[in-house]
Design a protein around this ligand. Structure first.
Ligand code: FES
Length: 87
């Protein structure tokens, strides 16, 4: 059996499987977008999935501009979502 642990997204617990990226855990939970663009408020989530497009930005433990598709989930992380580049 695979262990499942938890990080938080905007204060809500989100389970993940060790080895998943933040983006993988978010998508697995049913979230396809977690920020909006500054210019038009358009929803963004994973687009490239390989760290190129910056569509998946989140704030991790207070550090903004983190690409969710590249950051491996760890127990206890505090992830916040937002708008534009401030994610
Ligand atoms: S999905 Fe493109 S950088 Fe993360």
């Amino acid at each position: 059996m695979t262990a499942v642990t938890v990080f938080t997204v905007d204060g809500e617990p989100l389970p993940f499987v060790p080895g998943q990226t933040l983006a993988a855990a978010l998508v697995a939970s049913g979230r396809i977008a977690w920020r909006t663009t500054r210019g038009g408020g358009r929803p963004r989530g994973v687009f490239c999935g390989i760290g190129v497009c910056y569509d998946c930005l989140v704030t991790v433990d207070g550090t903004g501009g983190q690409r969710a598709c590249l950051v491996q989930a760890r127990a206890g992380m505090a992830v916040t979502t937002g708008e534009g580049d401030d994610a």
